[in-house]
Design a protein around this ligand. Structure first.
Ligand SMILES: Cc1cc2nc3c(=O)[nH]c(=O)nc-3n(C[C@H](O)[C@H](O)[C@H](O)COP(=O)(O)OP(=O)(O)OC[C@H]3O[C@@H](n4cnc5c(N)ncnc54)[C@H](O)[C@@H]3O)c2cc1C
Length: 458
């Protein structure tokens, strides 16, 4: 980064993190090139390079705000294309920790859209910027060092065409957004630098997803329903209405307890969940396809900010920097927060080192990482350190979720934190803690309650 007045930035990976990074860079760099092994052409398809796009992709409340900040009017554009928009807690059912959160209006938007449509519209916005170019499909195979070895001066690529040979693309800044399989640690090693340390929390999550057409009253008028895991049963799912009046149902199980991909097994897994909302919703639904699966082994955080030496001109963001257990729906929002951090850094004109920018990018990860691994480590089978503080917080959150079943103020506060709007400490404010710790009676009714749920009052 050392020279802020640079001309050409190259983004490796044109998925959500790469697109959002390109948006941020385009404000400062006259020329931005996005490289991907997929051809990034218009179209609403789950690309080979982002196969997770076939599964439900929830956008956290903060994610919706960030996308709107980067692409003004995007929410309305998607709504006009049929994506439902509603209130995060007023129009969606949230079932966390074995409790049904009390319904309330939050003023926070839930934007329910398939991942391929979201990506297509974001890509179209990027294309419209004028100074961002999508290169023909290529594999990025290495970094190119400067003569003195202290900078990255470009990348080496292999075009996806017959008889192609290695080519170099020169760049003043290289941003790795190639996802969780990123090879930057290996490339750094081959250039004589250390690999970053990795924090890993193994969760062994299995996903299975199927699309449906639901009867007219669908989910009793709600846009979606999310059911999280509980300690003695680490399985759950999410159902959402998306564009085209279709519904997408993703079931998941952790620690090897994976949902089957055959239609009968899939439905039976839905029936096995603690609450009956998902089961009831699909009883009379028409399946639009067969279930498809996905395996996700572990949360992985690469500690680039701790490296003592790293070449200038190289940044890493998105899943390449940190990939989270997908059941918390954080990945796209965190990629957006990192893009905002990068944009603000570049706007400030500060010609700081790669290390300091990486530290800024890492700060955007701190809270969501703690939320994800904190929740994962509340499940007894997940291995990882459980210092006293984490155990105390998890006990408090368990109690908060129980109290939030009957207290709209608490459910609102909880959703603001999990939606990355408010910092987790807000849940410890005295007024909130009093509501959590006062004696309460549980209002839980585990199964088959979808139809008896009152709609939230404004
Ligand atoms: C099953 C599942 C469900 C998820 N659900 C949610 C959700 O509900 N909400 C949410 O916010 N997030 C969710 N995520 C996370 C979300 O998909 C990612 O955080 C988001 O796509 C940003 O990732 P990324 O752009 O960093 O990487 P990716 O999306 O993995 O994209 C990497 C890109 O780099 C390209 N690439 C990789 N290597 C090379 C190379 N060597 N050369 C050229 N191109 C290359 C690939 O083709 C791809 O386009 C989910 C993830 C999974 C796995």
């Amino acid at each position: 980064m050392q020279e802020p007045r640079a001309d050409h930035a190259v983004v490796l990976g044109g998925s959500m993190a790469g697109l959002l990074a390109a948006r941020a860079l385009a404000e400062t760099y006259p020329e931005v090139t996005v490289l991907d092994r997929d051809e990034l052409v218009p179209g609403v398809v789950a690309r080979r390079g982002a196969p997770q796009g076939r599964h439900i992709h929830a956008l956290l409340a903060r994610g919706q705000q960030v996308l709107e900040e980067l692409f003004s009017g995007l929410t309305d554009e998607l709504a006009a294309l049929g994506a439902p928009v509603g209130d995060m807690l007023g129009d969606a059912r949230l079932l966390f920790g074995g409790h049904r959160l009390a319904r309330a209006r939050t003023g926070l938007h839930v934007l329910s859209v398939s991942r391929p449509l979201l990506e297509d519209r974001v890509r179209a916005r990027i294309r419209g910027l004028g100074n961002v170019r999508f290169a023909p499909p290529c594999d990025v195979v290495g970094l190119r060092p400067s003569h003195d070895g202290r900078r990255v001066s470009g990348v080496q690529v292999l075009r996806r065409a017959d008889a192609s040979a290695r080519e170099t693309i020169e760049a003043d800044l290289v941003v790795d957004a190639t996802g969780r399989g990123s090879r930057t640690p290996k490339w750094l090693e081959s250039l004589g630098f250390d690999r970053p340390e990795e924090d890993r929390v193994r969760v062994d999550v299995g996903y299975a997803t199927r699309r449906y057409r639901l009867p007219a009253d669908g989910l009793g008028g709600d846009i979606g329903c999310v059911q999280g895991p509980v300690p003695d049963r680490p399985r759950g799912g999410a159902l959402a209405r998306i564009e085209g009046d279709a519904w997408i149902l993703t079931l998941f199980g952790m620690l090897g307890d994976h949902p089957p991909k055959d239609p009968a097994g899939f439905s039976s897994f839905a029936r096995s969940l603690q609450f009956g909302d998902l089961r009831d919703a699909i009883v009379a639904a028409e399946p639009l396809d067969d279930p498809i699966g996905f395996r996700f082994p572990a949360n992985v955080r690469r500690r680039y900010e701790r490296l003592r030496r790293i070449p200038e001109g190289l940044l890493v963001l998105g899943d390449a920097h940190c990939s989270f257990n997908p059941i918390y729906g954080q990945g796209m929002t965190v990629a957006g927060l990192q893009a905002l951090a990068l944009r603000d850094h570049l706007r400030s004109g500060a010609g700081s080192s790669t290390r300091s920018v990486l530290r800024t990018l890492a700060r955007a990860i701190d809270v969501p990482w703690e939320l994800a691994i904190g929740a994962d480590l509340s499940l007894p089978g997940v291995e990882g350190p459980r210092p006293l503080r984490r155990r105390a917080i998890n006990r408090y959150v368990t109690r908060l979720q129980a109290a939030a079943a009957a207290d709209p103020e608490l459910s609102r506060a909880f959703v603001r934190v999990t939606g990355l709007i408010d910092r987790p400490e807000t849940l410890l404010r005295p007024a909130t803690a009093l509501r959590v710790l006062r004696p309460h009676t549980s209002s839980q009714q585990p199964a088959g309650l979808g139809d008896s749920l009152g709609r939230a009052s404004p």
